[in-house]
Design a binder for this molecule. Sequence first.
Ligand code: MF3
Ligand code: CO
Length: 289
Amino acid sequence: MKIGRNDPCWCGSGKKYKVCHARMDERIEAIRLEGHIVPGHAQIKNEAQLQGIRESSKLNIAILDEIAEKIQAGMSTQDIDDIVSARTKEMGGIPAPLGYEGFPKSVCTSLNNEVCHGIPSKDIILKDGDIINVDCSTIYNGYFSDSSRMFCIGEVSEEKARLVRIAKECMQKGIEAVRPWAFLGDMADAVNSHAKANGCTIVREIGGHAVGLEFHEEPFVSYVTRPGTEMLMVPGMVFTIEPMVNLGKADIYTDEENGWTVYTEDGKPSAQWEVTLAVTEDGYEILTY
Ligand code: MF3
Ligand code: CO
């Protein structure tokens, strides 16, 4: 169905197509014809949607800020879940993980050799020397936001502290590679190169995702792909940068009993930081951290 230049834009802005997304669509089409993967309209958020995701992101950040204040040795990962659950509800939000594909809790808590999707439990007690990822995803007014941070409990070993730092740097390198008309593979290569340069590896099977109107939208975002490959980035796309960085090998396996928790195959530690960001006209806007 072809849209007329004087018709209202498909994005819902209310503006005429010719003064809204017409030029962008032409540029995207030219790049598609060169053989690249390009975003469809479903990948491009309008201003009202971006505003909704920004509001959701404020809750998401506030929840992780509260965790940052309270997290300490002696606490259980269920205590973290309780804080996330209570704080989210208090602000009028919904924890996105709860019931998502059967996930039983409101947040993911992944310790040491756990890569992601750790399930909070009153039997898992934080102790001195642990590193933990707290991955918080929030729904507010129907809009989704997603971020995770690492926390070091007490005194952690030098190698764990270093891994946590490298993982954060990997995310930052990825963020800095986000700009319209570049490719997700450019961002991925920035992440992966930094990990490699520091003797670390990036998990291949699990990555990021577009987000906003749903928890996990297309495309899947890899951090191990080559420059100039994967989807073209254009203004209005919203996705996560959340590379899982391993101290040892990249290989992982999933807990057979709970069906969720992902571990490093070699038992070495893994770390992950996550932001949600939007591609803008001249770069990016960080929505969660
Ligand atoms: N929060 C994770 C992410 O960053 C997804 C967790 S799925 C869940 O994409 F079901 F475990 F919550
Ligand atoms: Co995510």
